[in-house]
Design a protein around this ligand. Structure first.
Ligand SMILES: Cc1cc2nc3c(=O)[nH]c(=O)nc-3n(C[C@H](O)[C@H](O)[C@H](O)COP(=O)(O)O)c2cc1C
Length: 169
């Protein structure tokens, strides 16, 4: 069976909650959890399927822990791997940078030759601009706990069922 890992910062409150919900919906025994703040190249390469948690910070940037891993990612060959990205963002407070970080990470993993899956509709969100949008869809799953937390569980369920097929689980 393909090995799947979910990478998120164990120090976050919002992203951690979403990551653990995603793991639960997949089935706890099917996915390993890895702390993105301690991640090594070796751990990254161990998995066939990777789910990356990339919240947006600093007005349209990735958090520091992913920025620090960026040089390693730029040198990696992820050919044959399937990657899905989810990100947290606040569409009301940051309408011009909503979820930018998922777009930054998407480019990094695609440049490393990974197959990116898990695009999702922008319907139901209100914002001005996002680097996380390509051809009218988000390049991953966007979760906004500040403004739309009531939609979080359904968004996760729908997203997980769409990427399960791509992950061959
Ligand atoms: C200083 C700061 C900057 C932020 N910048 C953005 C941003 O540019 N775009 C966005 O969509 N959300 C932004 N956010 C909102 C966060 O992404 C959101 O609060 C998220 O839930 C944080 O998740 P985490 O605590 O798991 O890292 C920002 C939040 C803070 C506190």
């Amino acid at each position: 069976m393909n090995k799947t890992g979910i990478f998120y910062s164990f120090n976050t409150s919002n992203s951690s909650k979403v990551a653990l919900k995603i793991q639960e919906v997949f089935g706890k025994d099917k996915i390993d959890v890895i702390d993105a703040e301690q991640v090594t190249e070796e751990q990254f390469l161990k998995y066939d399927n990777l789910i990356l948690s990339v919240p947006t910070w600093f007005d349209g940037e990735m958090p520091t822990y992913w920025d620090e891993f960026k040089p390693a990612l730029e040198d990696m060959d992820l050919k044959g791997k399937t990657v899905a990205i989810f990100g947290l963002g606040d569409q009301k407070s940051y309408p011009e940078n909503f979820g930018d970080a998922i777009g930054i990470m998407a480019k990094l993993v695609e440049n490393a030759s990974a197959k990116l899956v898990g695009h999702s509709s922008t319907e139901g969100y209100t914002f001005e601009r996002s680097r996380g949008v390509r051809d009218g869809n988000f390049v991953g799953l966007m979760i906004d706990v500040e403004n739309q937390n009531d939609l979080t569980d359904d968004r996760i369920k729908n997203w997980v069922s769409s990427i399960k097929k791509d992950f061959a689980l």
